[in-house]
Design a protein around this ligand. Structure first.
Ligand code: DGL
Length: 264
C-alpha cells in the first residue's frame, strides 16, 4: 500500500458526510472516496442479513478502487461487526467510536441518552462499552426511526421533523439525561434542532471526531498518513446525485468535492 491511495468511507446514505467532515479536518492532505448507498437507505430498519449483503457490495467496490483504509461512517454497520466485511480485504476497517471517554467526561449525573437506529440500540453495544468503563453509568437508548427518511428526503424544517425531534427528546428528558450520544451519523444534520429541544443543560456528543482520530492513528502507525499535498474528496451515491449534493452542502464545501453516481 502507499500513502497516495484514498481512504474509503461508507454509509447507508448521506449521514457519513458528518464523519467525512471530521476526517477532512483531522487529515487535510488525504484523498477521500465516499460511498453512500442512498438508493437503499435506511439500513437501520433492515435485517442483519440484508445489511451484511449491501455492505459486502460496497466494500468490494471500494477494494476495486484501491483504498488504503475503510472508515465505516455508520453506526449500524459498525455494530453489525467489522467481521461482516467480506473477503480477504487488505485494508483495515475503522468503525464508529462509541465515544465512551467523552461521554463519561461530560456527564454529571451519569444518566446518558443514546439516539440511534433501532438496530444499533438493539445490539446494546454502547451500553456495554460505557458500563465497562463505568459500571454506575446508566444508558437510555431511543430508536429514532423517523429521522433518517426525513433527513435523506431533505425535510428540514418540516412539521414531521419537529414532531419527531420532540417525541425522541421528550423520551430521554423523562430519564433526566444530561448527556446524549448521537449514535447515528445522520443525526448531526439535525444537531441544532436537538440542542434546542433538550435545552442548554444537555451536552450532545458526536463521535465523529473521536473516530477521525482513530483513523489518523491507524495511518500513522502504518506509515501511510499524507502529511503534505492537496487533499481531495470524491463523493459517490447510488441514488440521486442532485439530492445528495444538496444535502452534502449542509456538511461540506461542495466546490471542493466531486460528485458521482455509481451502480453497485
Ligand atoms: N447513518 C447510519 C448510522 O449511523 C445509518 C442510518 C440508517 O440507514 O438507518 O447508523
Amino acid at each position: 500500500m502507499d500513502k497516495n491511495q484514498p481512504i474509503g468511507v461508507i454509509d447507508s446514505g448521506v449521514g457519513g458526510l458528518s464523519v467525512l467532515r471530521a476526517l477532512q479536518k483531522t487529515m487535510p492532505h488525504e484523498k477521500f472516496l465516499y460511498l453512500g448507498d442512498t438508493a437503499r437507505a435506511p439500513y437501520g430498519t433492515r435485517s442483519r442479513e440484508t445489511i451484511t449483503a449491501f455492505v459486502a457490495q460496497m466494500t468490494d467496490w471500494l477494494e476495486q478502487n484501491g483504498i488504503k483504509q475503510l472508515v465505516t461512517a455508520c453506526n449500524t454497520i459498525t455494530v453489525l461487526g467489522t467481521d461482516v466485511i467480506r473477503g480477504a480485504h487488505t485494508f483495515p476497517v475503522i468503525g464508529m467510536s462509541k465515544a465512551a471517554k467523552e461521554v463519561l467526561e461530560a456527564t454529571g449525573n451519569k444518566h446518558i441518552g443514546l439516539m440511534a437506529t433501532d438496530f444499533t440500540v438493539g445490539t446494546g453495544a454502547h451500553r456495554r462499552e460505557i458500563q465497562a468503563a463505568d459500571p454506575s453509568a446508566q444508558l437510555f437508548g431511543v430508536g429514532c426511526t423517523k429521522f433518517v427518511p426525513l433527513i435523506e428526503g431533505n425535510r428540514f424544517g418540516s412539521p414531521e421533523l419537529k414532531e419527531a425531534i420532540n417525541e425522541y427528546a421528550d423520551a430521554l428528558k423523562a430519564k433526566e439525561v444530561d448527556t446524549v450520544i448521537l449514535g447515528c451519523t445522520h443525526y448531526p444534520f439535525v444537531r441544532e434542532y436537538l440542542q434546542e429541544a433538550f435545552g442548554p443543560g444537555v451536552t450532545i456528543i458526536d463521535p465523529a471526531e473521536a473516530t477521525a482520530l482513530q483513523a489518523k492513528a491507524d495511518l500513522e502507525a502504518r506509515g501511510l498518513l499524507r502529511r503534505s499535498g492537496k487533499g481531495s474528496c470524491t463523493i459517490c451515491f447510488t441514488g440521486d446525485v442532485g439530492l445528495g449534493k444538496l444535502l452534502a452542502e449542509r456538511m461540506l464545501d461542495p466546490a471542493a468535492c466531486e460528485f458521482k453516481q455509481v451502480k453497485l
